[in-house]
Design a protein around this ligand. Structure first.
Ligand code: ATP
Ligand code: MG
Length: 320
């Protein structure tokens, strides 16, 4: 039996047929793991998640495949996708209040999910209560009677996650789920994701720009830059011996207490309209050598679970 829940192959996204925002990215999400996706603003994290859900804007054209069980999600019709969304794969967004309908009470929106997916409503009340209780909501009944605007950010995000879980999907794509929350509430939401993974075996693709979130919950990490993968590894090797200069610089840019101020990365990420011949990080990289400007590095496998896009790294480097 395969351990892979999602297999993305050569996913590419262009807007208005010319700006290449995502370039042939390939990766897998395994059963019951949290794959953290990290990278600066504009690196293509959200469009990658939206492409898999079939939620990209109309001006986007998509190439490649995203296999989930028997389906290639990228070749399904809207009608087929509606059946897959929720049941197989769900999405949790950054801003839960605007992702919920403002005119309906939470309870009605939860019922709607049962109706759309033809779920058995006989046990609806007890199931919904249990899901909310598992997430630390003491009085689900009261919560269901509220409108989204009456909820705190943390409570609204719990509602989004509960709704994402109702159909017991195999994969949740969470796009910056803690960014709009204060640190304490964000930590609670991360705990919920960990619990979902451990108790239900759900896989989670967790998109964030926050290395702290990655360190807290991810099993593996995928680093993106200028629409490409620059490094993939398990979380321990990542924090212990990241290999791409970009990942190393991202880690240095992580705040670590008052004494050791963080180091911002110099310069700006390139624009998607820039066509770059060599390495996209070259102009900001402290380690660049002449070939970085001229030749684009491929994603190399350094050891079984560690892939890096950098001319300076060779097979075996991550073992040292
Ligand atoms: N509909 C669109 N038309 C044109 N360009 C778009 C469209 N949607 C996204 N883009 C571009 O695609 C690139 C990737 O965007 P994306 O939202 O995936 O970035 P991100 O990594 O999620 O950034 P952030 O951390 O700010 O959320 C950006 O340059 C963005 O401007
Ligand atoms: Mg985004």
């Amino acid at each position: 039996m395969t351990n892979t829940i999602l297999r993305v192959e050569n996913l590419g996204i262009s807007f208005d047929n010319w700006s290449k925002a995502l370039k042939d990215i390939s990766y897998c999400v395994n059963k019951g793991e949290i794959l953290g996706v990290v990278g600066e603003s504009g690196s293509g994290k959200s469009i990658m998640g939206k492409a898999i859900m079939g939620l990209l804007d109309r001006n986007a054209s998509v190439t490649g495949n995203a296999f989930m069980g028997e389906y290639d999600l990228l070749s399904l019709s809207e009608k087929q996708l509606c059946k897959v969304r929720g049941k197989e794969i769900s999405m949790v967004f950054q801003d839960p209040v605007s992702a919920l309908s403002p005119v309906d009470k939470v309870g009605k929106q939860v019922e709607e999910i049962y109706r759309i997916h033809h779920l058995d409503t006989a046990n609806m009340e007890s199931e919904v209560n249990q899901i909310f209780k598992d997430m630390g909501v003491d009085n689900p009944k009261e919560l269901l009677a509220k409108y989204p605007f009456q909820l705190s950010g943390g409570l609204a995000q719990r509602v989004m996650i509960a709704m994402a879980l109702l159909c017991k999907p195999k994969l949740i794509i969470a796009d910056e789920p803690t960014t709009a929350l204060d640190v304490t509430t964000g930590k609670e939401v991360l705990k919920i994701f960990k619990k979902i993974k451990d108790t239900m075996g759900t896989s989670i693709l967790l998109i964030t720009h926050d290395m702290g979130v990655i360190a807290e919950v991810a099993d593996r990490v995928m680093v993106m830059y200028h629409g490409e993968i620059v490094e993939i590894s398990d979380v321990f090797s990542f924090f212990d011996k990241a290999q791409s200069p970009y990942a190393i610089d991202l880690q240095k840019a992580m705040p670590v207490g008052f004494e050791k101020r963080f180091m911002a990365i110099k310069g700006e990420p390139p624009n998607i309209f820039d066509s770059i011949v060599g390495c996209a990080y070259e102009s900001r990289c402290n380690l660049s050598i002449p070939m970085c400007k001229e030749i684009k590095p491929e994603l190399k496998q350094l050891c079984p679970n560690h892939f890096v896009r950098c001319h300076l790294r060779e097979c075996g480097d991550a073992n040292e």
